[in-house]
Design a protein around this ligand. Sequence first.
Ligand code: C5P
Length: 230
Amino acid sequence: MTQNLPSVFCAIDTPDFDRAKNLIVQIAPSGCGVKLGLEFFNSFGPDGVKRIMDKCDNPPIFLDLKYYDIPNTVAGAVRAASKLGVAYLNVHASGGLDMMKAAKDACAPETKLIAVTILTSFDEPSIEAAGYQSGIQDRVLQMAKLTQDAGLDGVVCSSHEIEALRSACGSDFALMVPGIRPAGSDANDQKRIMTPQNAMEKGATHLVIGRPITGSDNPANAATDIMNSI
Ligand code: C5P
């Protein structure tokens, strides 16, 4: 199901269009894809995504906009965004089964739709303070199953959830994993990190890697080294 899609999506987190474009052009020969998120999208909109596709030889794009609203509204957003021709798009699983089903029905067939289970910025005290039951690990599994029941293609998860989700959700379910750091590289603000090789061995299908590539003196080499290591 993830055939022909890259194992690595490089997070391009910048409000500077030319910097984004230059980075994407530099890393393209490595074969890695591109993750564009809220910072890029709120700066440049759908037109910015189209311009990246045009100017950078149409790289596979994961558009990380994490939709969460009533089913009809999310369906409309997914319908519009998937018309851009991106490889991956996402919603929040906490929007519920009906929202995810409506989103999947609206999504263009060539775009894979995945869900965020619990944001990794939550810990047990903060999830309780937000009015949810504690037990993040159990909730992640429950929401991944709900995502699968809704017919979506996978979830975004932390590296520490890969094995449990792979065994609970089977082999035909994408696991998109941020918080990845090659051995010896700076963790930055990521608290729980894993190397690319380790994450792939545990069952990740895609890795999201930003600063180890974009903050490198030579992003092209950094991306190529990572792609060669997995
Ligand atoms: O630079 P770095 O590799 O830490 O970038 C990781 C990317 O993945 C960022 O765009 C960040 O917003 C995103 N992300 C994350 N953790 C999550 C979900 C998304 O780091 N749980």
